[in-house]
Design a protein around this ligand. Structure first.
Ligand code: F3S
Length: 387
């Protein structure tokens, strides 16, 4: 059966009530975006999981739809606003109960049993060239730009509908002709570390709404590309960037070191931090391993909070888990550091992080100052040898 015939039948209710509603939502998007019909997807990632973001209306919608809907493709979900599997008195009972209802609704529909904004870190990993429906801007930008998958920057509802139907409208980033950069940034110097890559994302987001190519990144690791993706997704509307593109038809702009410093100064508060917050996006397995290595036999001399999904954490060795626990840091599972309002709850006014995205949310939503430093620098400054 053709893709479009399947969607037409779904609209008539021939595949069940949940598919009918999903097809109706996606058909409306298809018409508004003048899409070239529909395309089959192999994966979905849904945002709009955090109770702080969706409130009671979202909770009720998910609870209702979970009675009839099941996901047609591998589906992961974004972090929560409060822990759902641990008891933690920091969070109000009411918030935890509501967050659990939301989490359970997703589990009933067949979502993977952890909450993460880095689904590409082993949990939900489509192959290069596959079409997917991902919400969560940082993952969308990473997926399109680094993994070579095809996804629009979906919202929670459109990704939910696509997860149920297994199809998405075929437009925007699903079409090769829309994935070419219109502007190219040529770096005139070597860029290094999550903080500088985050500043580059801020620069790109402020420069243009168009897709940007980047030339002159000599070597970038996963952590740096993740930081760049999260920052581009936060500060600009672009669903992707292109590393080392063809420059034939594109406008080329040279980025000097002082321009990057200027960009960084806009997302970096020169304050004395009271606490360390790492994990926006949630830490990957490699980042946790690196942190465990850096803090082995040492102890943080500031309160330190790290955020990771439970499945990524389970991949650490016992020695690595022990090194992290002995360093005195507090690990939160499956929740978002930026939109769980923890620094605010603990009464901090200044924190340090390595994330340009954490700066955006913590500064603007919680009015807390954020100093940016790379993890190595944070460890160097705020971790001491055990005596
Ligand atoms: Fe993830 Fe929350 Fe940051 S969803 S990217 S940790 S704002």
């Amino acid at each position: 059966m053709s893709v479009n015939k399947y969607v037409e039948d779904a609209l008539k209710g021939e595949h069940g009530e949940a598919e009918r509603i999903a097809a109706k939502v996606l058909m409306a998007i298809s018409k508004a975006s003048k899409s070239e019909g529909f395309i089959k997807i192999t994966s979905a990632h849904i945002s709009g999981v955090n109770y702080y973001n969706i409130g009671d209306a979202g909770l009720e919608l998910l609870n209702d739809i979970s009675k009839v809907a099941r996901f047609a493709v591998p589906t992961s979900i974004n972090p929560c606003g409060a822990p759902v599997l641990e008891n933690d008195a920091t969070f109000s009972k009411e918030l935890v109960e509501k967050q659990r209802v939301i989490y359970n609704a997703f589990m009933k529909m067949g979502a993977k049993n952890t909450c993460t904004c880095v689904p590409y870190d082993g949990l939900n990993v489509p192959k290069k060239g596959e079409h997917v429906s991902w919400a969560e801007s940082s993952a969308v930008v990473y997926g399109n730009s680094v993994m070579g998958i095809y996804t629009n920057k979906e919202g929670g509802i459109s990704a939910l509908a696509a997860a149920i139907l297994g199809f998405t409208p075929n437009y925007g980033m699903h079409l090769d002709e829309n994935r070419k950069p219109q502007k190219v940034i040529r770096l005139s110097f070597e860029i290094k570390g999550a903080v500088q890559f985050g500043a580059l994302g801020y620069f790109i987001g402020k420069l243009t709404k168009e897709i940007v190519g980047i030339k002159g990144i000599r070597a970038a690791n996963k952590e740096e590309l993740k930081a760049l993706s999260a920052s581009v997704g936060t500060y600009g509307p672009q669903p992707m960037f292109v590393i080392e593109p063809e420059t034939k038809d594109a406008e080329v702009i040279t980025l000097e070191e002082n321009q990057l410093k200027e960009a960084l100064s806009k997302i970096n508060d020169d304050v004395q931090p009271q606490a360390i917050v790492l994990g926006c996006p949630l830490l990957s397995v490699e980042e946790m391993k690196k942190l465990a290595y850096l803090v082995q036999g040492k102890h943080f001399n500031l309160p330190a909070y790290v955020f990771v999904d439970r499945i990524s954490f389970s991949k650490l060795s016992d020695e690595e888990k022990e090194a992290l626990a002995d360093s005195g840091l507090k690990i939160y599972f499956d929740i978002c550091p930026s939109l769980s309002y923890l620094p605010e709850t603990f009464g901090y006014t200044n924190v340090v992080s390595n994330s340009a995205k954490h700066y955006f949310y913590t500064k603007h939503q919680s009015k807390i100052n954020v100093r940016l430093m790379d993890v190595e620098e944070i460890v160097d400054k705020y971790v001491k040898m055990n005596v």
